[in-house]
Write a protein that binds this ligand. Structure first.
Ligand code: AMP
Ligand code: MG
Length: 321
């Protein structure tokens, strides 16, 4: 782990998350520009505040197609493709359910089953119409809503990385709250040690760390956003088949990849598949690596990046050997 004294850290709260930027050189101006860029990107994709292009698409559901900018169109197109993969638990049309549950926001509650059933009917990703020529998106039924919450941060992390490179900055790290993109490690180091969080632990408590550079590390966990009611825990990744939070042996998935967009897509996809199916699925994607954290206190490694266990209560299972 590089001594933080040799790095300059800049932080802000954006997109509802603490954002951390680390640079090898003190550059207030660059940090300010990065945070501005993130805010500007967020304004394209948020579904929690009026004025975003995505909000305009959602507001026109059942009424008319809405033209969006090229990057927004491309991200929606990618999200639709991933949502239509066979067996995919990823669904970018899941907005009506996310809004109803309000998990992690004030007023979260368990909706009645009949309401969830009714909302499920509004979440078919295949019904979202994209017009490549016109660059428009159309939701054919009132109440349909796109939610890019599972991938927007990944996309933005890549935009920040490219921006830093353009500005001649090649050493550093951006952490968008669960979505991390690393550049070169600091001078004298071969990698960044990126922590894998202890589920439901104190802030900063780690199971272990993974050593990477010029890679994205994205984590999705049931402990990130949830509420409890009558002894049950309801977390923020929903099963598009049932309308309830996904329920399997996983507490969290960390994906290591070049692009953070891929990392963000795959954390949600793999979370839905569970460990065993994920390991099979990943055989088709050699550029995507993963670490699974299970309820049985296992850390299942499907990565070539060096992993260091820091909490001896957990057992490491290396699926690559
Ligand atoms: P992440 O933080 O990347 O795990 O994404 C979680 C966010 O994605 C949630 O807060 C919702 O906004 C959205 N979401 C929840 N369930 C799904 C799902 N099955 N497919 C796609 N997005 C989802
Ligand atoms: Mg994700």
């Amino acid at each position: 782990m590089p001594a933080d004294a040799r790095l300059y850290a800049y932080s802000a709260v954006l997109m509802g998350s603490p954002i951390l930027l680390k640079l090898a050189e003190h550059d207030e101006k660059l940090a300010g520009d990065v945070f501005r860029l993130i805010r500007q990107q967020e304004n394209l994709f948020t579904v929690n505040r009026a004025g975003s292009q995505l909000m305009a698409v959602n507001a026109a559901a059942g009424s008319h197609p809405v033209a969006v900018s090229a990057p927004v169109f491309a991200l929606i197109k990618r999200a639709r493709e991933v949502s239509l993969l066979a067996g995919s638990c990823f669904n970018f049309a899941i907005g009506p359910l996310v809004k109803r549950w309000k998990i992690g926001f004030q007023g979260d509650s368990v909706p009645p089953a009949h309401e969830l059933q009714a909302l499920l009917a509004l979440t078919d990703p295949a019904r979202v119409q994209l017009d490549e020529q016109q660059q428009t998106v159309f939701l054919p039924q009132p109440g349909m809503e796109i939610d890019l919450g599972a991938i927007a941060k990944g996309y933005i992390a890549d935009v920040v990385r490219d921006f830093l490179h353009q500005r001649g900055c090649f050493c550093g790290l951006i952490n968008l709250g669960g979505n991390l993109q690393t550049l070169d490690a600091p001078a004298g180091e071969t990698a960044w040690a990126i922590g894998v969080q202890l589920p439901f632990g104190e802030p900063g408590a780690l199971i272990g760390s993974v050593a990477v550079s010029n890679k994205s590390v994205v984590t999705s966990g049931v402990y990130e956003r949830y509420f409890e009611l009558n002894g049950r825990r309801y977390h923020h990744i929903l099963n598009p088949q049932t309308g309830y939070p996904l329920d399997n042996e996983l507490l969290g998935v960390t994906v290591i990849s070049d692009r953070s967009l891929d990392g963000d897509i795959f954390t949600t996809l793999l979370y839905g598949l569970g460990v065993e199916q994920s390991l099979v699925f990943l055989k088709d994607y050699p550029q995507i690596e993963a670490i699974f954290v299970t309820r049985e206190q296992q850390v299942v490694l499907a990565t070539q990046q060096p992993f260091r266990l820091l909490d001896e209560r957990w057992r490491v299972i290396d699926s690559t050997v």
